[in-house]
Write a protein that binds this ligand. Structure first.
Ligand SMILES: Cc1ncc(COP(=O)(O)O)c(C=O)c1O
Length: 464
C-alpha cells in the first residue's frame, strides 16, 4: 500500500519510488513478484501514468526491478546484505505488533485525530518551562495519584463542563483506559466477579476484566442505552457503560434510563463504570451531563481521557473514584508510583491552568464538526438510500448500515484494502465477533474533508 502526498516537497514519482524500493529491500515485495501495471497502479493511486512510469523507470535503472516483454515489471533478486542497514529487517519472525502497518490513502480508523492540530508551540513552551523552572521535580517522584495541580484543573473542568462532582483527591491520573480499568479491577475483585459490558461495545474493557479473571456478560445496546431488563435479570454487580456517546453506536442514554441504571446500582452493592471518553465532541444539541453528576455520592466510577481531543500518544487519562473506594484504593496501591511522566503531567497542568484547554476544545470541536459534516454529506452523496447513518452528531466516527451490499464485511474490508482504504471491522465490537447486518464504522478524525469525500466516493464503489 502506498501513500502519496501531493503537498510534500518530494515529487510524487520520487515518493512512489522510495516506497516501492523500501518494500523490496524489506522483502515485503519478494523477488520475482510482479508489480501492478502502470495503468492499474496509476488508477488505484489516482495519479497520472507518468508518475508511476517515472518511479518504475528509476527502479529499473537502479536494478531493483526487471522487465519481461509483454508481461510488465518484476522485483529483482537482491542480496539482503547489500541493502542499506536501516532497511534490513532484523528478524523475519516479527510479531504482528512489530510489523510495519501498511500506509493507507484513506484511513477510516475511528480513533484517529486531526494530524495538524496538536498545540505543538504551546506544548513545547510549557514543557521547556517545566524543565527550567523546577529542577527539583526531576529529582523525585510525584504524588502517586498524579500531579496535584493537574488533578485540580481536571476537577474544575469536570465540574463546569460535565457536571461531575468530586474533589481532586478522588482523581487518579492514569496512562490510558486500560490502566484505569486495571486499577478498578484490582480494587473491586475481592468482592465482585462479574462485569456487564455493552454489546456492541469497546472490547478493551472485556479484555482487561478477563485478565483479572472476571466473568464478562455482554448485554445488548438499544437506542436508549444498555438493555436494562437484561441487566437486571443477571447477577453481575458491575456494569461498564458509555451513556453519553455509546461506543460504537453513538446512542445517548436518556435521563430516565440513567436514573434507572443508578437505581440498579443502589439496589445492591453494585458499581457503574461510566466511560465518558469523547464527551467534548458534541456537534448538535446541548452537552449531556454525566451520570456521576446525577449521583455524586453513588457507586459510580467516572473514566475520562485526553486521547480524543488532545492526543492518544500522550497516554494521559484519569479516573474519579467514589469516596467509598478511596480507602481500598490507597491500601492496595500504597507502594505504587504514578505511571505517567511528571513532565507531561506538569506540561498539561500548565496548559489547562492558563486557559488553553477550553480554547483547544472549542477549536477541536469546530474542526471535527466540519469533518463530521463532510462525512455525512459524502455518505448521502455517494451511498444515497443504500446507507443509513447511526450515531451522528458527536465523536470521531459514524456507523453506516448498508442495505443492498453485494458482499459482507470481510469482503468489503478486503476490497477496500486493495484500494488503499482502511476500515475498522464493526464486528470486532460485537461480543460474538459477528454483526447481524453489514455495518461500517467510519472514523473521520484523521482525514481532511477532501480525503473524506474522495474516500467515501471510492468506498461506495467497493460496497456495491
Ligand atoms: C470507549 C473508549 N473509551 C476510552 C478510550 C480512550 O482510551 P485511552 O484513554 O486509553 O486512550 C477509547 C479510545 O478509543 C474508547 O474508544
Amino acid at each position: 500500500m502506498f501513500f502519496l502526498d501531493s503537498n510534500a516537497q518530494d515529487p510524487l514519482f520520487r515518493q512512489l519510488y522510495h516506497q516501492i524500493r523500501e518494500h523490496i529491500l524489506l522483502g515485503t515485495l519478494p523477488a520475482d513478484s510482479k508489480l501492478p501495471s502502470v495503468r492499474d497502479l496509476a488508477n488505484n493511486l489516482a495519479v497520472s501514468r507518468n508518475t508511476v512510469d517515472g518511479a518504475y523507470q528509476e527502479l529499473f535503472a537502479e536494478g531493483y526491478i526487471y522487465s519481461k516483454p509483454r508481461s510488465g515489471y518484476f522485483v529483482a533478486f537482491l542480496d539482503q546484505g547489500a541493502a542499506p542497514r536501516s532497511l534490513v529487517p532484523k528478524s523475519r519472525s516479527l510479531g504482528p505488533a512489530q510489523q510495519r502497518a501498511p500506509i493507507y490513502r484513506y484511513d477510516f480508523h475511528p480513533a484517529r485525530l486531526d494530524q495538524a492540530s496538536f498545540p505543538r508551540r504551546l506544548w513545547r513552551k510549557f514543557f521547556l518551562e517545566c524543565l527550567r523552572e523546577n529542577p527539583q521535580q526531576l529529582s523525585q517522584y510525584c504524588d502517586p495519584q498524579g500531579d496535584p495541580g493537574l488533578r485540580f484543573s481536571i476537577q474544575s473542568y469536570l465540574e463546569r463542563s460535565r457536571g461531575v462532582v468530586c474533589d481532586p483527591e478522588q482523581i487518579v491520573i492514569t496512562a490510558g483506559l486500560q490502566h484505569s480499568l486495571d486499577i478498578v479491577a484490582n480494587v473491586l475483585k475481592r468482592d465482585h466477579s462479574s462485569v456487564v459490558v455493552e454489546d456492541p461495545g469497546y472490547t478493551l474493557t472485556s479484555t482487561v476484566f478477563r485478565n483479572h479473571s472476571f466473568d464478562i456478560v455482554p448485554v445488548p445496546v438499544r437506542p436508549d442505552g444498555i438493555d436494562l431488563d437484561i441487566l437486571k435479570a443477571g447477577n453481575s454487580t458491575i456494569a461498564y457503560v458509555t451513556p453519553s456517546h455509546q461506543l460504537p453506536l453513538g446512542y445517548v442514554m436518556p435521563v430516565a434510563n440513567r436514573l434507572l441504571l443508578i437505581e440498579w446500582a443502589e439496589a445492591g452493592e453494585r458499581f457503574l463504570l461510566e466511560d465518558d471518553y469523547d464527551s467534548e465532541l458534541r456537534y448538535s444539541g446541548k452537552p449531556i451531563p454525566s451520570l456521576q453528576g446525577l449521583r455524586p455520592q453513588g457507586n459510580i466510577i467516572y473514566l475520562g481521557t485526553f486521547s480524543k481531543v488532545l492526543s492518544p500518544a500522550l497516554r494521559v487519562s484519569y479516573l474519579v473514584l467514589p469516596r467509598s473506594l478511596l480507602a481500598s484504593y490507597r491500601r492496595l496501591f500504597q507502594d505504587y508510583f504514578s505511571s505517567v511522566s511528571q513532565l507531561e503531567q506538569r506540561t498539561l497542568a500548565k496548559f489547562m491552568e492558563q486557559g488553553h484547554w477550553d480554547r483547544h476544545i472549542r477549536r477541536m470541536r469546530g474542526i471535527y464538526r466540519k469533518k463530521h459534516d463532510a462525512m455525512l454529506w459524502a455518505i448521502n452523496e455517494h451511498f444515497g438510500g443504500l446507507a443509513s447513518v447511526v450515531g451522528q452528531g458527536a465523536g470521531l466516527h459514524v456507523v453506516v448500515k448498508l442495505s443492498g451490499a453485494t458482499c459482507g464485511e470481510a469482503e468489503i474490508i478486503s476490497r477496500a484494502q486493495q484500494k488503499g482504504i482502511f476500515l475498522f471491522p464493526f464486528s470486532w465490537t460485537c461480543a460474538s465477533g459477528e454483526s447481524a447486518d453489514t455495518r461500517l464504522m467510519l472514523g473521520f478524525g484523521g482525514m481532511t474533508a477532501t480525503e473524506i469525500e474522495a474516500g467515501i466516493a471510492l468506498l461506495s464503489q467497493v460496497c456495491h
